[in-house]
Design a protein around this ligand. Sequence first.
Ligand code: CTP
Ligand code: MG
Length: 397
Amino acid sequence: MPSDIPVIILAAGRGERAGQAEGPKQYRMVGGKPVIACTLEAFTDHPAVGKIIVAIHPDDESLFHAATQDHADRVTFVHGGATRQASTRLALEALAEGFPKFVMIHDAARPFVDAGLISRVAAALNGAEAVLPALPVSDTIKRADEDLNVLETVPREDLHAAQTPQAFNYQRIRYAHRLAAEEGLDAFTDDAAIAAWAGVAVRIVPGAVDNIKLTWARDIAMADQRLQISATFPDVRTGNGYDVHSFEAGDAVWLCGVSIPHHKKLSGHSDADVGLHALTDALLATCGAGDIGTHFPPSDPQWRGASSKIFVEHAAKIVRENGGRIANADVTLICEEPKVGPNRHAMVTAMAAMLGIDPKRVSVKATTNERLGFIGRSEGIAAIATASVVYPGSLEE
Ligand code: CTP
Ligand code: MG
């Protein structure tokens, strides 16, 4: 997935359909926060995102500063134009001096954008010049005349409802916008339409059902309710992992990121760190991302002798790309030897660094197997791991 992608957030509209008595919709409060703050958070927390530029209405400067003060270091603004299309073009021009390769464009009025969607769109940039998240249309679609007499039913098999964030090769979309402006065309309602008009192939990736655009007053009321509920029932998930490696002749055992001098080593394709392998599986389990073998097939020679730290860091990155925050990680090592106790502190420190969390959120425990079975005969070591991760959104979904 590309990284450091600049993001344009469009927030220069007036929100007429939502009713303006309480101000433009992008600054209204939902779940105790301005809509635009929710939207920005999804992007500031995402590892693929670089600088963020917001197109705002010239009248909204103080609203904008008040709503985005938590993100002041990451976010700049530009004055937008009279149409969404003009706002995008002005923001695209403002990015020009950074010579970006890609750009992502998103409506401020879609605060439920999630990390998984941002990741899907960003990843698709590797094979496409324009990426559009969209959902297949599920309602039956009718064409009608002005008096609402139905003229026909439109086949919906090949219809898709467009969402944002959309992502583009920067030069291609800037050129498309310039061309449209020069030709006086200003009725495009999204950037994928401008790209397609300019001859750029647009690739669809699956959108997200929750990623609705707040358009009407009732959308804002619904968003508020939903965020209140998700604050009450946070989406906390738990994953477990289990692994075993046998001993062979050697001089040190890798356990939980620490090399312990010993008269044996663990046998395996990588450094055979049984604790970190179990932890990798536990992390992946929290977002349905398969297991360690899915990501690092033992048949692949590049993992021969690899440090298992790589596996844990990769799993933690996948968790973050899905919007997860790791709450804690716990590993139990089951072995008769070597002694874990004297190394426990170093293990916790190493794992906390790999996960990017406070050492207080990491635990390593050890137990013998009371001399029973293969572990009791010191033929190998087993490990069990548990990870808890908090994901955005609500259990009510
Ligand atoms: N937008 C913009 N500049 C404009 C018009 C719209 O940046 N001149 C932004 C809006 O702020 C919004 C997004 O484009 O985040 C999608 O547009 P829409 O939902 O139509 O918002 P508004 O134009 O504000 O609403 P309305 O059409 O009801 O007035
Ligand atoms: Mg509008």
